[in-house]
Ligand binder design. Structure first.
Ligand SMILES: O=C(O)CCC(=O)C(=O)O
Length: 349
C-alpha cells in the first residue's frame, strides 16, 4: 500500500495486472490449518513454515510460492528487544529508554476517533500539558474538530505529522488510565525506514528473507507503530511484501486478486466513487467505504460467494509473512486495547 501523506508529493499509484493463484501447500514442511476468525464464521488458515530458514529454503519455500506464507520465527530484528520493554503486563511501559531518546523525531500519524474515545483524549491533553514538552495546540485542534464531527456520524480519520513523543506519551498515559479513558487508534502508519536516524535503521537491518528475493531489489520499507486497535482495510501492494511483526500480535486476512478486485469494484459502484486500492487514502479509512470493506472481509456471511477464498493468519514478535504481489490483504491488531503494536515491512522483488 502507498501512503497518501499530507505533503503535496503524493506517491504514484500503480495499477497491477490480475493474478488468480489459489493457496496450496507445496512442500511437506508447510502446514495448512484452519483458524477461527474474529468475525462470525471461520476461514481457512494460511500455509506456515518454521524458521529461521537458510538461504536455499528462503529461495524455494518462500520466493517460489505463489500464495501467502507465514514464516514462524522468520526474523530476529534487534528492534524487538531494543525498542520495546520486556515487561509483559498490559500496564507496563511499552518502550525502552533507548527508544524514547528519539522522541523528538517527527513521524507521520493517522488518528481515527469516535465519540466513545472523547473522554480519554480530553484527559490526555490535560495530562500532556503537565508532563511533556510536545506542542499540543495542533493536536488539540485535530482532536476537538474530529470529536465534534463524530457527533454527527461515524469515526473520522486524520493524517498529520507530530513528534514520536506523542505516541510514547500516549502509551505511557494508557499504563495508568481507567478502562473507559484508554487512548486508541493512534497509528504511525507506513513510516519510511529510510528516513529514520542511523541508529534506529541499524535496529532494522534488511532481513535475510528480503536479501534473498529473486531480484534483490528493495522498492520501499516501513514501520507501523500504533495504539491498539490498529486497522488497515483490504488493499493490494505494488510489489511482493515481507512483513515482520515486532511487538504485539496482528491478524491478517488474504484474498486472491480476482475475488478481491470484484468486491472492491462492487463497493466502488455502490458508492459511485473511483477509489485507489493501493493508496492509503482517507476514503478507505472512514465512512461507508471503510464499513463495506470491513464487512466484506471480517464479517462475510458463510454464503457470500467470496467467503471460501478468504484465508487468515495471526503473527507475533519474530514471525514474518510473505505476501506475493497481487494478494489483497487487511490487518487488525489483536490484544489489549490501548497497548502498543509494532511491525516493519519491506516491499521487494
Ligand atoms: O500492519 C498494518 O496495519 C498494515 C500493513 C500492510 O498493509 C502492508 O504491509 O502492506
Amino acid at each position: 500500500m502507498l501512503l497518501r501523506r499530507l505533503s503535496p508529493s503524493s506517491l504514484p499509484l500503480r495499477i497491477l495486472p490480475s493474478q488468480t493463484s489459489i493457496p496450496f501447500a507445496r512442500d511437506a514442511r508447510l502446514s495448512r490449518k484452519f483458524a477461527t476468525s474474529p468475525g462470525d464464521v471461520s476461514v481457512s488458515g494460511v500455509s506456515e513454515v518454521q524458521g529461521p530458514l537458510d538461504t536455499p529454503s528462503i529461495k524455494t519455500l518462500v520466493w517460489e510460492t505463489s500464495a501467502p506464507l507465514v514464516i514462524r520465527n522468520g526474523h530476529d530484528l534487534p528492534a524487538i528487544t531494543k525498542w520495546f520493554a520486556s515487561g509483559h503486563g498490559e500496564r507496563s511501559p511499552a518502550f525502552t529508554e533507548y527508544f524514547r531518546s528519539f522522541e523528538e523525531l517527527y513521524m507521520p500519524y493517522e488518528f481515527t476517533t469516535d465519540l466513545s474515545h472523547s473522554k480519554g483524549w480530553n484527559t490526555f491533553l490535560e495530562w500532556m500539558r503537565g508532563h511533556s514538552s510536545v506542542q499540543v495546540p495542533a493536536l488539540e485542534d485535530i482532536i476537538s474538530s474530529s470529536l465534534s464531527r463524530a457527533q454527527d456520524g461515524p469515526a473520522t480519520f486524520h493524517q498529520f505529522q507530530a513528534p514520536l513523543q506523542l505516541l510514547t506519551c500516549a502509551s505511557q498515559y494508557n499504563c495508568n488510565a481507567h478502562e473507559d479513558s484508554l487512548l486508541t487508534q493512534l497509528y504511525i502508519a507506513q513510516s519510511d525506514i529510510g528516513e529514520l536516524p542511523a541508529e534506529l535503521r541499524h535496529d532494522l537491518p534488511v532481513p535475510d528473507l528480503v536479501k534473498n528475493a529473486p531480484k534483490g531489489d528493495i522498492y520501499s520499507s516501513s514501520i507501523w507503530l500504533g495504539l491498539q486497535p490498529t486497522y488497515t482495510p483490504l488493499h493490494r501492494d505494488p510489489n511482493p511484501n515481507i512483513f515482520c511483526q515486532l511487538h504485539g500480535h496482528k491478524t491478517v486476512r488474504f484474498m486472491p486478486n480476482k475475488v478481491a478486485l470484484d468486491i472492491y469494484k462492487h463497493i466502488q459502484r455502490i458508492l459511485q466513487s473511483g477509489g485507489h486500492a493501493s493508496m492509503r487514502g482517507a476514503e478507505m479509512m472512514q465512512g461507508p467505504e471503510r464499513d463495506l470493506l470491513h464487512k466484506a472481509t471480517w464479517h462475510p456471511e458463510a454464503q457470500d460467494a467470496h467467503h471460501a477464498h478468504i484465508s487468515e493468519a495471526t503473527v507475533g514478535p519474530g514471525d514474518a509473512l510473505y505476501i506475493p504481489k497481487g494478494w489483497w490483504h487487511t490487518f487488525v491488531s489483536r490484544g489489549p486495547v490501548g497497548s502498543i503494536n509494532a511491525s516493519a515491512n519491506w516491499w521487494c522483488r
